[in-house]
Design a protein around this ligand. Structure first.
Ligand SMILES: CC(C)(COP(=O)(O)OP(=O)(O)OC[C@H]1O[C@@H](n2cnc3c(N)ncnc32)[C@H](O)[C@@H]1OP(=O)(O)O)[C@@H](O)C(=O)NCCC(=O)NCCS
Length: 167
């Protein structure tokens, strides 16, 4: 992997570790993260520091991948997907000062190999989405999703399981 910084009118990449053949579309804002071989990052995606994206992933446009999110290989992320890393966020401290990085704890989230996350899904922090699981469009994921499960709704509930051999 090489570390890339590239600030242009159409892209802002700061200290991004990039694998081979990564395709990054216009208006992506990414910093301090890593994106492994063959992955594609759609337009208007933001990826924060410390986030990791595996090989051959597809991240669709308008998605937000925050610090603390770890995405394994072959994962599909739909449009407008939002990850979360702070369950009880506050703008300010008790004394009214704006919170800084030292005032809150980042909670990590894991998306395992081959999982697919539908469009406009929100994933609460601290959960694990299991291998090859599928998250229905518009779902709000509040708990771990087992391997091969298909979940949907708010809160997301299991609607069925896929055969283990299916991608
Ligand atoms: C979750 C999903 C995979 C289920 O597909 P499916 O197995 O064919 O399921 P069905 O369409 O037979 O629906 C089964 C039940 O789940 C419900 N359901 C399906 N998708 C749902 C969703 N996203 N949210 C809430 N409920 C959903 C259906 O209404 C149905 O309920 P019912 O039995 O009470 O009528 C699919 O609907 C989905 O949301 N895929 C994500 C697509 C996406 O976002 N792609 C992004 C790139 S374009």
């Amino acid at each position: 992997m090489e570390t890339v910084s590239n600030n242009s009118d159409k892209q802002s990449l700061q200290n991004v570790r990039l694998g081979k053949d990564v395709k990054i579309y216009n208006f992506v804002n990414a910093y301090g993260c890593s994106i492994d071989d063959g992955s594609k990052i759609g337009t208007f995606v933001e990826i924060q520091k410390g986030a990791t994206i595996g090989k051959n992933c597809k991240i669709s446009s308008h998605t937000f991948i925050c610090e603390g999110v770890h995405i394994a290989d072959n994962v599909f992320i739909g449009h407008n997907v939002t990850f979360i890393n702070d369950k009880f966020p506050r703008a300010t401290n008790e004394d009214g000062s704006l919170q800084t990085e030292t005032d809150w704890n980042c909670v990590e989230t894991y998306v395992e190999q081959g999982a697919s996350i539908g469009s406009s899904v929100t994933i609460l922090c601290g959960v694990k989405v299991g291998k090859r699981a599928v998250i229905g469009a518009g779902s709000v994921v509040t708990r771990d999703v087992p391997e091969n499960a298909v979940v949907a709704g708010n809160p997301a509930r299991i609607i069925k399981y896929l055969e283990k051999t299916l991608a």
